[in-house]
Design a protein around this ligand. Sequence first.
Ligand code: AMP
Length: 357
Amino acid sequence: MKIGILGNGQLGQMLAASVTDLTDLEVSLYDLRTHEESKLTAFMNSVDLVSYETENIPAEIVSQMEAVEDKVFPSLKALKTFQNRLLEKNALRAAGIATADFHAVNSLADVHQAIEKLGLPIVMKTTTEGYDGKGQFVLRKPEDAEAAWEAIGHRELIAEAFVPFQRETSVIASRDRDGNINIWPMTENIHHEGILRYSLYPVAELAPEKVEQAKRYIRDLANDLDYVGTMTLELFETEQGLVANEVAPRVHNSGHWSIEGTEASQFRNHMLALSGKTLGSTDAKYASVAMVNVVGEEDSSLKADGISNAYRHSYGKEARPARKLGHITVVADSVAERNQTVEELIDVIPEGVWKAS
Ligand code: AMP
């Protein structure tokens, strides 16, 4: 069976690498950056299944994918829903999942209406194409409304009520073609300047009701959309419970720990799900795991090479500020042991950002 992945970045590469032992699966990657219409048609016609490593796929490519809709997984409906923050919020609400209150913004007058409806602060985001905190603005004072509207470039926006969260977490699941769902243990995700810097398993002292809530959320959402493949739900933890931030219709950076940390990785289960095979177990193999991103400077990650419980992944990219160049996964029999190892790698994490204890 031939599987074609749109996108040949690190996620596409890790998807391909996850099934190299399965000789009946042949994976090829399509470079979205050198896209040409005829090249994409030929690519999609040459494979049995089409998947994608990113939801940031331009509209003209999405409409080209419609010609082969039956072999696209996750479905085009899922892709289109999660490409657009308004459609995404509506899908979340329809599945009974808590989200921030929100208001569509298409003009400066709408910004003022949003302030009235939601109060301040509000987070303004472009409805499409935002990632790693790009295309966002936190509006704290009414007099900054115009500056926010200017700064974000008069685009189609969504204004969200600011969620006073305690922690950011995510839950990832794979759903197969028969509707079976395997869910990975949750992680706590720590960002710095809009970029994920590390994820921790387990989430320290997470109430069992919240774990159940996260599982219910992702199960209901995946079932509602008849979703096939790996899906990620980013969740704010608040005192009242979990509030969904956003959904990625794909494998996610906060799930990279699953390569070494769980029986089957998020990548492998994605490929198994679309190709109609049985999903692997998502059980953790270690008591404690950390996934630390290497951002901007590749050299610092070299330190991981001498450490036996640290696995270094390099994406083979040129160093550039704020660019994700690789990640290091630390596995351990205890939280204390994990933290000690991460602290040996601490220069991969910006000063003051490591706060596990
Ligand atoms: P996003 O691109 O939607 O994942 O947002 C990037 C980051 O901005 C999140 O990881 C949060 O730290 C923060 N953020 C986004 N939306 C909200 C919100 N409604 N309330 C508070 N913080 C938010």
